[in-house]
Write a protein that binds this ligand. Structure first.
Ligand SMILES: *[C@@H]1O[C@H](CO)[C@@H](O)[C@H](O)[C@H]1NC(C)=O
Ligand SMILES: *[C@@H]1O[C@H](CO)[C@@H](O)[C@H](O)[C@H]1NC(C)=O
Ligand SMILES: *[C@@H]1O[C@H](CO)[C@@H](O)[C@H](O)[C@H]1NC(C)=O
Ligand SMILES: *[C@@H]1O[C@H](CO)[C@@H](O)[C@H](O)[C@H]1NC(C)=O
Ligand SMILES: *[C@@H]1O[C@H](CO)[C@@H](O)[C@H](O)[C@H]1NC(C)=O
Ligand SMILES: *[C@@H]1O[C@H](CO)[C@@H](O)[C@H](O)[C@H]1NC(C)=O
Ligand SMILES: *[C@@H]1O[C@H](CO)[C@@H](O)[C@H](O)[C@H]1NC(C)=O
Length: 538
């Protein structure tokens, strides 16, 4: 068997080499000045303006709203735009060495300089606005001879439009000018919820990498950081009410914890980029780390010689959770909390006499009923705390009665039939099943081949899908590889959730754009891996 595999891999390597290496040049030629995710509507011409970073400035339109929120965003994008000067300077320096032509020639397409973008916020500007699922992200952008304006009714639209504007700049073929083609863009997202899940339990992810992740989310117009903060392996969330949870449950109680000010900083860093921070406290399974300080709330489990899921037969369980989620409500600002509910192992419940007695008393006949009993209590608990909830698909599949506004997060194989049942039941759905970044064999193009409408459902059912998330579970991911493993693969998800549904699955056009986008991410300090094979960045 071994030698067979060896022969097969030799053949594979040989054939890959013979195909790829015989063609000189990059596998995919990057686009120039094209936007990722693709705008809903864009007209571009061959006419171009020359962009001079040193001369450029933003201007607030007369009559536009203005506040610190806008100024902060303009400062960030001003810096990003200035960094283009570095590219230009490098080019010019090398030209000096090689004695190439040093000045550029205006051709027929040249329309003049673009030294200003007018920013026009027609709605209000509130410095403390927190993004929500109904946030208005639409914007219009004109770069034409008589109008260079970004217009939006909300601050969120201005943020998305600034991102787009920053992506229009490219290095002209002459290597001497930065350019923006004349264009008119009308843009808005296809789905409301466009997220990335990170898992800080399997490996602790330090703050700087979370900030970088938020930067990258903004560069991809994603609007949710789903923070799967604790799990079986470790409990890095520092709770003011229950400090013992992280004292005993974190990998290191001093260095591998998120203190309240860390969390506040993450939320603020995300907020000003138009990103919601959605916390997940997964129960009743995936809770071993809670048991290091609070074994009384878990089910003792001789079968595994450890503790099983939370014990729904004990008041102590719900009393602790009530206090705990009360604190979570104060700490996180989002309207939603993710309650998990996945992969509950019934074996430990089955082996426990007290639980059997409890079930008899409560008239619960199956373990699914017991799970329902538990989840319903927790859902009601967080509802009373003014949280809406999101649950993994098992909660729905096991027949738990859920409030209308609870979102069902579909993650397992065979997702098309699950999404069909979820929406048939009138429930909102979120899709992650085809966007598991853990699958290291999958490149962006595989994720790109999945569309949230790929299930059999009526128009009304399709509309119940509110979006989805790329998931980066943490077993094999730590601070050193999280950024390069996620990007630009999650960019595929970002585009499927923002851009208009593509006719068919042509990969040529997005391949060129993602090639450019990955280079753009690299320039901005995101160590995205190459998306398409051999190539280079300017
Ligand atoms: C921008 O204009 C140039 C010619 O000036 C053209 O070659 C290029 O295709 C245009 N880019 C886009 C995105 O249309
Ligand atoms: C800003 O937008 C409003 C509303 O569309 C428009 O009436 C106004 O002319 C715009 N201002 C500028 C300076 O473009
Ligand atoms: C693009 O051009 C078409 C045809 O002129 C026009 O109908 C459409 O509104 C334009 N789109 C944008 C975003 O300007
Ligand atoms: C648990 O709570 C229920 C309802 O509040 C109450 O009736 C019961 O006595 C409590 N049990 C214990 C052991 O505290
Ligand atoms: C069942 O409950 C009793 C009384 O609370 C307790 O002493 C006993 O340890 C429990 N048994 C198990 C298996 O948890
Ligand atoms: C269980 O069923 C019995 C008989 O129908 C009923 O009297 C009792 O109130 C039920 N208990 C609960 C907790 O629903
Ligand atoms: C809850 O869902 C049902 C069934 O889809 C629907 O009839 C009802 O209006 C919904 N209620 C709310 C408050 O949205």
């Amino acid at each position: 068997m071994k030698s067979f595999c060896f022969v097969v891999s030799i053949i594979l390597i040989w054939s890959l080499r013979s195909i790829k290496c015989s063609i000189p040049g990059p596998a995919v030629k990057a686009s120039k000045g094209e936007v990722w995710p693709k705008p809903q509507q864009q007209n571009v011409s061959d006419k171009y303006f020359v962009f001079r970073p040193r001369n450029f400035e933003f201007e607030i339109a007369k009559g536009s709203s203005n506040c610190g929120f806008i100024q902060n965003a303009l400062n960030r994008y001003f810096k990003i735009l200035q960094e283009n000067q570095v590219i230009l300077d490098k080019q010019t320096k090398h030209r000096g060495i090689y004695k190439y032509k040093k000045s550029w020639v205006q051709d027929d397409d040249y329309q003049g300089y673009i030294d200003c973008l007018t920013v026009n916020l027609t709605g209000g500007c509130d410095n403390n606005l927190y993004p929500d699922i109904d946030m208005d992200e639409k914007y219009k952008l004109w770069v034409t001879p008589d109008r260079t304006e970004l217009q939006a009714t909300s601050i969120w639209g201005i943020l998305r439009g600034l991102e787009t504007f920053s992506q229009l700049v490219y290095l002209g073929d002459d290597g001497l000018t930065l350019r923006i083609n004349a264009t008119v863009i009308k843009d808005y997202p296809r789905y409301k919820h466009r997220g990335l899940l990170i898992d800080t339990s399997r490996h602790f992810i330090p703050m700087d990498k979370i900030y970088l992740t938020l930067d990258a989310l903004a560069y991809n117009k994603m609007n949710v950081l789903h923070w799967h903060i604790v799990d079986d392996q470790s409990f890095p969330y520092f709770s003011e009410k229950f400090p013992e949870l992280s004292e005993q449950g974190a990998y290191n109680k001093y260095t591998k914890v998120y203190m309240p000010e860390d969390i506040e900083n993450v939320i603020e860093y995300a907020r000003i980029r138009g990103i919601r921070v959605l916390p997940e406290f997964d129960t009743p399974g995936h809770t071993s780390s809670w048991g290091l300080s609070h074994p009384e709330i878990l089910t003792p489990c001789e079968v595994y010689n450890t503790y099983g899921p939370m014990d729904p037969s004990k008041n102590a369980t719900f009393e602790l959770l009530q206090e705990f989620f009360g604190e979570v409500r104060q700490v996180f600002k989002d309207d939603f909390v993710h309650l998990g509910g996945d992969e509950v192992d019934f074996i430990c419940w089955q082996a426990d006499n007290n639980i059997s007695n409890f079930m008899k008393k409560q008239n619960l006949t199956t373990y699914k009923d017991l799970e329902s009993f538990y989840i319903q209590k927790v859902v009601n608990m967080v509802e009373n705390l003014q949280f809406k909830s999101i649950v993994w698909e098992e909660v729905f599949s096991n027949g738990v009665k859920l409030p209308n506004e609870t979102l069902v997060h579909v993650w397992k194989g065979g997702w098309t039939s699950t999404m069909k049942s979820v929406t048939e039941a009138g429930k909102f759905g979120l899709l992650s099943a085809c966007w598991y970044l853990d699958d290291i064999g999958a490149e962006w193009n595989q994720y790109y081949m999945c569309d949230p409408t790929d299930f059999d459902g009526t128009q009304e059912q399709q509309e119940l899908v509110l979006g989805g998330e790329a998931c980066m579970w943490g077993e094999m991911v730590n601070e050193y590889n999280i950024i390069s493993r996620v990007w630009p693969r999650a960019s595929a998800t970002a585009e499927k959730l923002w851009s208009a549904k593509a006719d068919g699955y042509d990969l040529d056009e997005p391949s060129r754009r993602i090639e450019e986008h990955a280079c753009r991410l690299n320039r901005r300090g995101i160590v995205a891996q190459p998306p398409n094979g051999p190539g280079y960045c300017d």
